[in-house]
Design a protein around this ligand. Structure first.
Ligand code: OSB
Ligand code: MG
Length: 390
């Protein structure tokens, strides 16, 4: 990218007409079993501990989800660090005085370094609350334009190739518009080759979750033969330079996930030529404030983006839907139906994928779905409320 990007044009994003005095922050851990184990290059899980964050103000409750996992494998954050940081630093900082808007919320939290997923948990809850107060959908509040978003599915590493092939068939028949295969050394070229042989013209991508290094250049170059939409995060989680070297020797676009943790990192990646596509995860980048700026930057420079997923419950999933309704989200997102992962979701109705491979963006206020508090209560393993000090 030749042009120098000025992120200052993003401008402030208030999103509230009246300051919000946050009275209480609630933290809950809810365990949801997965239909089947989900395996990536960094490990396998068979249930998801969902960390819900809610914010109470003006008699309303806003719901967010902190996407940190139980173990720090995808990133350094985990549920333990995120709840510690919210409890001891972020929640007190955001409850101290009324919040003027999203930028103000983000600014209060930015005095503490890192811990993006913890920050995002609060930003999500705040934005649901802000949208409910304005009686608008989240999508409308952030400037979303799409009424339906195209979606794909992310398929974990399987015990056998036949198990994977069967799942590819299943999700294609359900309408999903793109198949993403998790890969790692030993589960890559042969697998991709066979899926491509059987499905010559589907949108197909792979996600390595950092399983390779530049020493694997020749091996990664072989992926160029399969007409992939993208290769997601082949190299280290915090790398931009080696990705830039790799991208210049590949035909297939690299998409960065783990490496893009802020608007600044997104700008650096584009300037360095480290990728041609960006996966935006609201949680990974610290919330809406950064995610919206990354979207705007990419949109301005015609870099396609799509919405990633972190095996969220319906609450995080619907925030993703709102995000994916922005005009720059031109590629199918990892936003599956609730039933792809869970027997019963925390929202009513569950998220569904239409037979044309799209999900409808809700129009009701806030999340636009009912939060099933009774069901949440019944699967809560721990909860805690933090009150504002007068
Ligand atoms: O790398 O995109 C990823 C799940 C957990 C952690 C990281 C990733 C994923 C997925 C699943 O690929 C996406 C989803 O369907 O939620
Ligand atoms: Mg990924």
């Amino acid at each position: 990218m030749a042009e120098v990007v000025n992120i200052a044009d993003a401008g402030p994003v208030p999103f509230v007409n009246q300051p919000v005095t946050i009275e209480r922050v609630g933290l809950r851990m809810v365990r949801l079993p997965l239909h089947e184990a989900f395996e990536t290059s960094f490990g396998s899980i068979d249930s998801r501990l969902i960390f819900l964050v809610c914010i109470e103000a003006d008699g309303l409750t806003g719901w967010g989800e902190c996407v940190a996992a139980e173990e720090p494998r995808y990133s350094y954050e985990c549920i333990g660090t995120a709840s510690h940081v919210i409890k001891n630093f972020l929640a007190p900082a955001v409850m101290r005085t009324p919040i003027q808007g999203l930028s103000d919320l983000a600014c209060r939290m930015s005095e503490f370094k890192g811990h993006n997923m913890a920050k995002a948990g609060l930003e999500l809850a705040f934005m649901d609350l802000a949208a409910r107060r304005e009686n608008k959908s989240l999508s409308k509040l952030i400037g979303g334009e799409r009424t339906r978003v195209p979606v794909g599915v992310s398929l974990g590493i399987q015990p056998k190739l036949s198990d994977l092939l069967q799942r590819v068939e299943k999700y294609l028949s359900l309408g999903y518009q793109r198949i993403k295969l998790k890969i790692m050394p030993g589960w890559d070229l042969d697998v991709v080759s066979e899926v491509r042989r059987r499905h010559t013209d589907i949108l197909l991508s792979v996600d390595a979750n950092s399983a390779y290094s530049l020493d694997d250049l020749a091996h990664l170059k072989a992926l160029d033969d399969f007409g992939l939409l993208m290769i997601e995060q082949p190299l280290d989680h915090d790398d931009l330079l080696d990705h830039s070297k790799l991208q210049s020797s590949l035909k297939t676009p690299i998409c960065l996930d783990e490496s893009i943790t802020s608007i600044r990192r997104a700008r650096h990646a584009l300037e360095l030529g480290s990728c041609r596509i960006i996966n935006i995860k609201i949680g990974r980048v610290g919330g809406y404030s950064q995610a919206l700026q990354i979207h705007d930057l990419c949109y301005k420079h015609h870099v396609p983006v799509w919405c990633g997923g972190m095996l969220e419950s319906g609450i995080g999933r619907v925030h993703n839907l709102a995000m994916a309704s922005l005009p720059g989200f031109t590629l199918p997102g990892d936003i599956s139906a609730s039933s792809r992962y869970f027997g019963r979701d925390l929202i009513v109705p569950a998220v569904e994928v239409r037979s044309d491979g799209t999900v409808e963006v809700p129009k009701g206020p806030g999340l636009g779905f009912e939060v099933d508090v009774q069901y949440i209560d019944s699967c809560t393993e721990a909860f805690e409320y933090l009150d504002r000090k007068n």
